[in-house]
Design a protein around this ligand. Sequence first.
Ligand SMILES: O=P(O)(O)OC[C@H]1O[C@H](OP(=O)(O)OP(=O)(O)O)[C@H](O)[C@@H]1O
Ligand SMILES: O=c1cc[nH]c(=O)[nH]1
Ligand SMILES: [Mg+2]
Length: 215
Amino acid sequence: MFILDQHSSIACQYLAEIRDVETQKDPLRFRQNLRRLGQLLAYEISKTLHFESREIETPLTKSSAKFLKDDVVVISILRAALPFSQGFQDLFDRAEFGFIGAARLPHAANEPVEIGLNYLATPNLNEKTVIVVDPMLATGKSIVKSIESLFENGKPKSLHIATTIAAPEGVSYVKDNLNTAYNLWSCALDEKLNEKYYIVPGLGDAGDLAFGQKL
Ligand SMILES: O=P(O)(O)OC[C@H]1O[C@H](OP(=O)(O)OP(=O)(O)O)[C@H](O)[C@@H]1O
Ligand SMILES: O=c1cc[nH]c(=O)[nH]1
Ligand SMILES: [Mg+2]
């Protein structure tokens, strides 16, 4: 598992701002910080991808230059993923994109979380480099159920899971329940889940903070 916030960098400040209740009052900054964290994580993931050399012509001479060889598909888990995945769209500007609607169904504290899937739009995933993006990895159930549903649409060459904040419980759940090889990337690894399965210290509800409370 790769964690972005292990060394001091500007990522620390973006993370601090999305967590802080005062800064959270500015939803534009909240979305912008998620987008910037998405850009930084996309850059880290790009270092593991494959590149090929091609000849280009500068105004001065012919030269050899490297281009991304892998066919990247970025999958966003609606709705909270949208600002974070914008950062992936910024960097992987020639990628294909897919979307899954997944939401935790209403549940009482300490009762198990169930996930409802209600929308799926994806390109063919066969032999693609698939990056599944969701800012919060809490119980891990949304990501596992989404990926199981996605993989009915093809067998990717490789799978990356990218989150902003992960809980140890979610990391373990993915490890125990996802029946395929993957790389997990997160901006931060937090302490635990609370009785409502929110990440602590976390940031609260990412979807509500970005877009307003759901009915
Ligand atoms: O790891 P889990 O326990 O499954 O929780 C994480 C999920 O919860 C949030 O979505 P939410 O259900 O709040 O929907 P939203 O994006 O519409 O806010 C978040 O964006 C993840 O998809
Ligand atoms: O802490 C959490 C857990 C799930 N979804 C969120 O938005 N935040
Ligand atoms: Mg939400």
